[in-house]
Design a protein around this ligand. Structure first.
Ligand code: C5P
Length: 218
């Protein structure tokens, strides 16, 4: 069974997907991590995020591992997953995401990674383009202000400097870029269950999602 979980940055979809995969004991494919890995290669001058051929080729030099613990990406034998949570990397990831040829190749890669298995697949287009036939699709959302607040608190907790206004503007800008690209714009699948997490605890949302999964099997 494939469970697709899509939503914008800061919606709570990653926390939910991670917890869900643990509870169900199935691999957790975090698609954004691979977009970010290519963004990272561009940042390091190993690829060019504005070039079709370069970005498509860069997928061949990355190695991906997916299991219940989550998704990890390796470059030249080193696990680079911990280096990808950087605003510059996120921006480059969202740039490379506008290239249709790149999306086609990365989507094939995602399908191969979980071929013949059950998985929780999290991203922006898991339920629309990667697995349009997924048994269950969730679209997790929250207001831009709430998402900015979560990111702001996350940065403060990590001992980093943060500016709420700047974060909010970046979120609004990223949403606009992701949803207005000519091909593969970011939007919920028509058959997705939409859950707004604004002002809600993770546990409460998780309960709602588990109920939906149980309904499917009853
Ligand atoms: O989810 P995350 O914030 O890590 O993704 C980084 C960027 O990669 C997103 O802003 C989006 O532009 C792109 N992305 C995408 N489709 C996915 C996953 C990520 O376009 N399935």
């Amino acid at each position: 069974m494939i469970i697709a979980i899509d939503g914008p940055a800061g919606s709570g979809k990653s926390t939910l997907a991670k917890e869900l995969s643990k509870r169900l004991g199935v691999p957790y494919l975090e698609t954004g991590l691979l977009y970010r890995a290519v963004g990272y290669l561009c940042l390091k001058g190993k690829s060019r995020c504005d070039d079709v051929e370069s970005t498509v080729k860069s997928l061949d030099v990355l190695e991906v591992k997916v299991d219940v613990e989550g998704t990890r990406v390796f470059y030249e034998g080193n696990d680079i997953s911990g280096k990808l949570n950087d605003e510059r990397v996120g921006k480059l990831a969202s740039q490379v995401a506008t290239i249709p040829e790149f999306r086609e190749k990365i989507n094939d890669l995602f399908r191969n990674l979980v071929k013949g298995k059950s998985a929780v697949v999290e991203g922006r287009d898991a339920g629309t383009h990667i697995f349009p036939n997924a048994e269950l699709k969730f679209f997790i959302t929250a207001s831009p202000e709430e998402r900015a607040k979560r990111r702001y608190n996350q940065l403060l907790k990590a001992g980093k400097e943060a500016d709420y206004r700047e974060i909010l503007n970046a979120i609004v800008e990223r949403d606009k870029r992701d949803s207005s690209r000519a091909k593969y714009p970011f939007r919920p699948a028509p058959d997705a269950i939409v859950i707004d997490t604004t002002g809600r605890e993770v546990e409460e949302v998780l309960r709602e999602v588990m109920e939906r999964i149980n309904e499917l099997h009853s």
